[in-house]
Design a protein around this ligand. Structure first.
Ligand code: AMP
Length: 406
């Protein structure tokens, strides 16, 4: 079975075509600048050269049509007929409290996703455009939705409620949802497999450290707590997001600087974090390079970033009354040797002992970076959210097919 995975944004659409026989990626690509006159389609077939096409793509229906054209193209394509795509899986950022796992798209599911627009105004409407665009181009193909929040729906009340008037939860569903759930779920399962132990038997902390960053405590195989909150702004310091701060700063700054809600939102989401502290960049590579050349602000940004991450790891170890496994993943977590070293150096009290040589190894494989003697096993596990979306979609489509035939 071939499964197409899609991640639709407001002006972009990323895709991967999987052959579920061996979970290989047959092609991947992206459409950028949807809604503009010079939209770009970049298509990367697995064993052929990359192709780029610039044209006018005014909406998501046309964007999906262009993706299909690429997949069927006599030269760069890999399919002879569109019916070879047997299911489509979508990444959806917010599933609220309704979606605790991935589901097949139905009229009711679409209505629920629309009801959640309020909680993810930048993301969910774009995902819906992606779903409708696939419906318009491939009306008979089953579609599945895989939510960033679903994995965290197992959190206990003590983790997900905020200490504010309860009426706000009842009226507006203000609570911690957590994000990057697909990644935390994928890497925790991979880590347990590498350790050859059941996930449910391990106290695990997964650190997804990329442009966005979140840390999750996994107890009994389930998300027990996570650092992102009602929105992806809470928690760790990130590339351009502040993460945790005193909430009283928001009205104070709005008053002193005469800022609107939109302006303060933009300040905290796009102009804070490493970018603001370093005054240089949100990219960890540039920060570590500048730090090595003696840049004091880059050093401070790095120190704040790693200190805040260490505090979360310590807090979650306390929350679970112990930790057996620490996993690093995503762009920074998978690649930054110095970040992992700085974080682990301050956690020796937990029984973490990093193996410097293993930490310095460059590899795309899941691996240990702690010593044999380390009480807490430290792992680097490359994340693969698309593969998990493809797997969930495949399983849901297969189950529905079996139901239909039984
Ligand atoms: P992601 O959001 O998971 O794609 O992660 C993107 C971030 O990973 C970038 O902003 C970089 O800061 C970081 N990154 C990627 N490669 C490296 C590297 N070799 N060393 C340090 N950071 C890296």
């Amino acid at each position: 079975m071939k499964v197409l995975v899609m991640n639709a944004g407001s002006s972009s659409l990323k895709y991967q075509l999987y052959d579920m026989k061996d979970e290989s990626v047959l092609a991947s690509g992206r459409v950028e600048r949807i809604g503009m006159d010079s939209s770009i389609v970049t298509h990367e077939p697995a064993d052929k050269a990359e192709v780029r096409d610039v044209s006018e793509i005014l909406d998501h229906v046309t964007a999906v049509k262009r993706v299909i054209d690429m997949l069927l193209h006599p030269e760069h394509g890999i399919l002879s007929d569109i019916s070879q795509i047997e299911a489509v899986g979508h990444r959806v950022v917010h599933g609220g409290e309704v979606f605790k796992s991935s589901v097949l798209v139905t009229t009711e599911v679409k209505q629920e996703i629309k009801r959640l627009f309020d909680l993810a105004p930048l993301h969910n409407p774009a995902h819906m455009m992606g779903i409708s665009a696939v419906e318009a181009n491939m009306p008979n193909v089953p579609q599945a939705v895989v939510f960033d929040t679903a994995f965290h729906q197992t959190m206990p009340e003590a983790s997900y409620l905020y200490p504010i008037p309860k009426v706000l939860y009842r009226r507006h569903k203000i609570r911690r949802y957590g994000f990057h759930g697909t990644s935390h779920s994928y890497v925790s399962a991979q880590a347990a497999a590498l350790l050859e132990q059941p996930l449910a038997s391990l106290k695990m902390i997964t650190a997804h450290i990329g442009n966005g960053a979140s840390c999750t405590a996994i107890l009994d195989g389930k998300s027990f707590d996570t650092s992102m909150g009602m929105t992806p702004l809470e928690g760790l310091m990130m590339g351009t997001r502040s993460g945790d701060l005193d909430p009283a700063i928001v009205p104070f700054v709005m008053n002193k600087e005469d800022l609107t809600l939109n302006e303060v939102n933009s300040m905290l989401n796009k102009h804070s974090g490493m970018l603001a502290v370093s005054g240089l960049s949100s990219d960890m590579r540039e920060i570590t390079e500048a730090m090595a050349e003696g840049d004091k602000n880059a050093r401070l940004a790095f120190d704040m970033y790693t200190y805040r991450l260490r505090k979360y790891i310590g807090a979650y170890a306390a929350g679970m009354n112990g930790v057996d496994v620490l996993v690093f993943t995503a762009g920074v977590g998978e690649n930054s040797v110095v970040l992992r070293q700085a974080v682990c150096e301050g956690l020796t009290f937990l029984g973490i002992e990093l193996d410097a040589a293993k930490n310095a190894e460059r590899s795309k494989e899941a691996r240990y970076i702690s010593t044999e003697a380390s009480r807490v096993k430290v792992l680097v596990v490359p994340t693969n959210e698309e593969l998990l979306i493809a797997r969930d979609t495949y399983e849901l489509a297969m189950a529905a097919g079996t139901e239909q035939h039984s």
